[in-house]
Design a protein around this ligand. Structure first.
Ligand code: ARG
Length: 472
């Protein structure tokens, strides 16, 4: 490490212990915020110039210097030195080395405390958009599959036991709506980051005649923070974003679990594409759903990130405390992991093969027509409790015979209850069982067609929000 002179050199006679300096540095983690740091500094410098706090010439020199540093970083030429402690100092030092004294004026009316809050908020806004983008792409894939496979019947489960037949489209759309709520949470996280902290300085505000509204407008912030102490201590926006990532991951892990179960030989409902499967180094026959398992496994990490952030902030007195430097690692990890897992889930779903025959065959097992058979009797005036018992006995009969309810004859039914009508066998027809579920939000073909229309409207609204963010 270079024998660096710290920016607080005036008050210090000795230099930092080399290990202590490294221990205190956050550059390896926060360097990814470089673009936000430069953009924020340019907005700050322009405002300082416009307000006459620094000269127009200094402001222009600062902007030119920062532009050059931006290009250097983009081109991979910038040397990040951990002696600079963090991204803010790294860029400021490079600026001063480049333009001299004017570089030292950039930090007028600013502290790293409001600077880091600014950078993190700008980074969080972009991350929320990237995550919403990934979730929206996955929703589009789910909706596409639901449309493509409309009509495919499969068993629906409760307690992992066959319960009632449903449409595959209905099952897939359940995840579409789940992910829609994730997008809502991500948008809320965007809004909570969308408040300008710059101008709070270290904690108390500044004596300089700054114009915070102008900086907010330049950096596209929806509002200006109302309290400087809250503003430099507030990391709620990272909590909100990490929470949104956590719930998204919990949803993806449930989806991953279904893919894992469905791709077993026992189920055989889907076949994952070779591109999204792995083999075994010893068992030649194996094709493993590693990537679905990883999505499931990484969920624990992201939930851990949320816990880590919550506990880091717990009990911190106002205002800035160095503990808060520990905020970025879990937040960035949660963002990166969720972005990757959304992409992996999309990759698996959009390439998997749906084994329609296995799903339909599965829908015939498990006596899933039992409820409808009981409903048939109930609709003919038999008290439902009695109907339930009659059908229970028929299930026992089937079990003894080793057949399904569909294999019974009308005579079998009438032997159990004379109340069965001539059309009783229609009650056990799997297709009809599904299509009769006409209630709003139910699995009937018509209800699912309406659901698909609603899903298209919802998806278009999400895409519109994303397009507006990309322009902004
Ligand atoms: N690297 C620091 C962080 O991430 C920047 C703010 C440092 N401010 C301070 N007064 N030490 O929190």
């Amino acid at each position: 490490m270079a024998d660096a002179k710290t920016p607080w050199g005036g008050r210090f006679e000795g230099s930092a212990d080399e290990f202590a300096a490294r221990f205190g540095a956050s550059l390896p983690v926060d360097r990814r915020m470089w673009a936000a740091d430069i953009r924020g500094s340019i907005a700050h410098a322009r405002m300082l110039g416009a307000q006459g706090i620094i000269s127009a010439r200094d402001a222009a020199d600062i902007e030119r210097g920062l532009d050059e540093i931006r290009r250097e970083i983009e081109d991979g030429l910038f040397v990040f030195d951990i002696a600079d402690e963090d991204i803010h100092m790294a860029i400021e030092r490079a600026l001063t080395a480049r333009i001299g004294e004017a570089g030292g004026r950039l930090h007028t009316a600013r502290s790293r405390n409001d600077q880091v809050a600014l950078d993190a908020r700008m980074y969080a806004r972009e991350a929320a958009v990237a995550l919403a983008d990934g979730a929206t792409a996955l929703r589009a894939t789910l909706l596409g599959l639901a449309e493509e496979h409309l009509g495919v019947v499969m068993p629906g489960y409760t307690h992992m036991q066959k319960a009632q037949p449903v449409l595959l489209s209905h099952h897939l759309l359940a995840y579409f709506w789940m992910l829609g709520r994730d997008v809502t949470r991500l948008r809320a996280a965007f809004d909570s980051a969308d408040v300008l902290p710059l101008g709070s300085a270290a904690l108390a505000g500044t004596t300089f005649p700054i114009d915070r509204a102008a900086v907010a407008a330049e950096l596209d912030f929806g509002s200006v923070s109302p309290n400087s102490m809250d503003s430099v201590s507030d990391r709620d926006f990272l909590l909100d974003l990490t929470y949104a990532c956590s719930v998204t991951m919990v949803h993806l892990s449930r989806l991953a679990e279904e893919l894992i179960v469905w791709s077993t030989e026992e189920f055989g409902f889907i076949t994952l594409d070779d591109a999204w499967s792995t083999g075994s180094s010893i068992m030649p026959q194996k094709k493993n759903p590693d990537f679905a398992e990883l999505v499931r496994g990484k969920t624990g990490r992201v939930v851990g990130d949320l816990m880590s952030l919550l506990v880091t902030l717990k009990g911190l007195p106002l205002a800035y405390n160095k503990d808060m430097q520990e905020d970025k690692e879990p937040a960035f990890d949660a963002i990166d992991t969720a972005v990757d897992c959304l992409r992996a889930a999309d990759g698996m779903l959009s390439t998997m093969r749906v084994n329609v025959d296995a799903m339909c065959a599965g829908a015939l097992g498990g006596f899933m027509a039992a409820t409808d058979l009981a409903d048939h009797l109930a609709s003919r005036g038999v008290p439902f409790r009695e109907a339930h018992e009659v059908v229970g006995k028929l299930v026992l009969l089937c079990e003894r015979r080793g057949c399904s309810l569909q294999d019974l004859t009308l005579d079998d039914l009438r032997a159990a209850s004379p109340e069965f009508g001539d059309d009783a066998m229609e009650a056990v027809d799997i297709e009809r069982i599904v299509s009769r579920r006409v209630s709003e939000g139910g699995t009937g073909h018509d209800a699912v067609r309406i659901q698909i229309l609603r899903a298209k409207v919802a998806l278009a609204a999400a895409q519109e929000w994303l397009a507006a963010r990309r322009e902004g």
